[in-house]
Design a protein around this ligand. Structure first.
Ligand SMILES: [Zn+2]
Length: 355
């Protein structure tokens, strides 16, 4: 299938696919909400698995769970991570390596150990052990980290067996590095998809991030995940660029800052809104409660924010299904923000050349 036939109208890399996982089929593109599963009482992710039907997914941190003594012991004794999280047994889990910690610390594990933990978690998607780039942009050190992550990915590929999907974690801050790394991994390893990392520290540079994602999309037709950028502003851009999945903890972080996310607008700090009685959202949290109640309750705000992320995705899917002009939609979508607008204009030119 040519890339051009994937989009119905205009130039667009957006694609709809079904990924086969051990816990059932997964319709993509899809969001993996980041689950902060600490002690049960401090799990600040709201219960969404039963209330949001198209969100049967979660991203968990392999390293954090492995290091959490009592919880890890319970898992070894036969408890399941899904029980620990209080989610249905069919929830599709993506376990990243937790490599984010290795930005500033030495690597104290091996690709094989990470895989064993991911297997113990009964995860559906394994992210390979990786070493994110130093944000200080130290060229030599970052080059080493890119090579380290690539080696780890290939070791994971060798050691991996079973039904779970293996996504190689790929890092790089220039398109050529991304292209070369992906080509090398395609040739030498066996992966079900790729996950781009190290983009969070440079996320305000939309143009750069757009170029990096497009360089990956050009090289592989396999599943493409982007770590950490599934927030309300990035989502439509990622969908347009043909990203198949993304994860986000933005709904939790925003709620912590009393930020109320609205699809199409972004975030607004609730303390700046005084006069309204009701907020402009029809999610189950907002439809019947006054602003004053939601303002006070961080959990409600977190829940609403997650609905907003899901609504953003549903809206995009709706536009595609209804055969609307996605580029016109995105023109409007990014109109009010000069930075994202410029990134989108550039993406549009590149996508048109690509398709
Ligand atoms: Zn709402």
């Amino acid at each position: 299938m040519s890339l051009a036939s994937l989009s119905k109208r205009a130039a667009m890399l957006y694609r709809h696919r079904t990924l086969k996982t051990p816990h059932g089929p997964l319709e993509t593109p899809v969001l993996f909400p980041v689950r902060n599963i600490g002690k049960r009482s401090s799990d600040n992710t709201p219960e969404y698995a039963d209330s949001i039907p198209d969100l049967r997914t979660a991203m968990v941190n392999t390293r954090a769970i492995r290091q959490r003594g009592p919880q890890w012991d319970r898992l070894l004794e036969g408890a399941t991570i899904r029980e620990e999280m209080g989610v249905p047994s069919k929830t599709i889990l993506y376990a990243d390596s937790g490599g984010f910690d290795y930005r500033s610390k030495e690597v104290d594990t091996t690709p094989k150990q990470v895989l064993e933990t991911q297997r113990q978690l009964d995860a559906d998607i394994y992210g390979t052990l990786d070493r994110p780039l130093s944000p200080e942009n130290r060229a030599v050190e970052n080059q080493q980290r890119i090579e380290e992550s690539t080696t780890y990915a290939l070791q994971a590929s060798d050691a991996h067996e079973g039904e779970a999907l293996l996504f190689a974690s790929v890092h790089g801050h220039d398109p050529k590095t991304i292209r070369n790394t992906l080509r090398y991994l395609e040739r030498k390893g066996d992966f079900d998809g790729y996950a781009l990392g190290s983009l969070v520290p440079i996320r305000t540079d939309y143009k750069k991030v757009t170029k990096l994602i497009l360089s990956a999309r050009r090289v592989t037709d396999k599943h493409l995940h982007v770590y950490g950028l599934g927030g309300i502003v990035y989502q439509p851009l990622l969908l347009y660029l043909g990203v198949d999945s993304f994860d986000s903890s933005a709904f939790i972080r925003s709620a912590g800052n009393r930020n109320y996310l609205v699809p199409g607008f972004g975030g607004t700090e609730l303390h700046s809104i005084e006069e309204l009685e009701h907020l402009p959202c029809s999610c189950p949290v907002c439809c019947s409660r006054p602003l004053s109640t939601i303002r006070k309750d961080r959990n409600l705000l977190t829940q609403h924010n997650l609905w907003s992320l899901v609504t953003e995705l549903r809206r995009f899917r709706y536009m595609v299904a209804g055969d609307y002009d996605i580029e016109a939609y995105l023109d409007l979508r990014f109109e009010h923000n000069e930075v994202t607008q410029r990134a989108y204009q550039m993406a549009k030119q590149q996508v048109r050349r690509f398709t």
